[in-house]
Design a protein around this ligand. Structure first.
Ligand SMILES: [Zn+2]
Length: 112
């Protein structure tokens, strides 16, 4: 895994951390993925970053609290219905989000 600052690959493990991601619902029930990921040590002595978190491309973007599939679902509901109605539609599908969280997802989308 390459260091995000200097780009030099390393496999030296500093420790582990848990990360929870909301995923799309299964059978109408909310799904939370609990991942155990590595915190790695940068092997470049001149790098400003000493350690960094392992990322899972395609499953978890940096700082994301939702999987890309759920983020797409929430974003589509937010664009179509916005706050309260989007929250109601998502609740019927098993995604429990407040109207302000749906509006936050709408505001986080890139401009067309
Ligand atoms: Zn580095």
């Amino acid at each position: 895994m390459p260091c995000p600052t200097c780009g030099i690959a390393t496999g030296k493990v500093h420790g582990y951390y848990r990360r929870r991601l909301a995923d799309s619902p299964a059978g109408g029930a909310p799904v939370v993925l609990e991942l155990v990921l590595r915190r790695l040590v940068c092997s470049n002595l001149n790098c400003a970053r000493q350690t960094f978190n392992e990322q899972v491309p395609g499953l978890a973007e940096r700082y994301a609290r939702r999987t890309p599939l759920l983020a797409t679902l929430v974003g589509a509901a937010a664009v179509a219905l916005a706050g309260r109605a989007g929250s109601a539609l998502l609740a019927a599908a098993g995604v429990l989000l407040s109207r302000t969280a749906v509006l936050g997802a709408l505001m986080a989308l890139p401009s067309p």
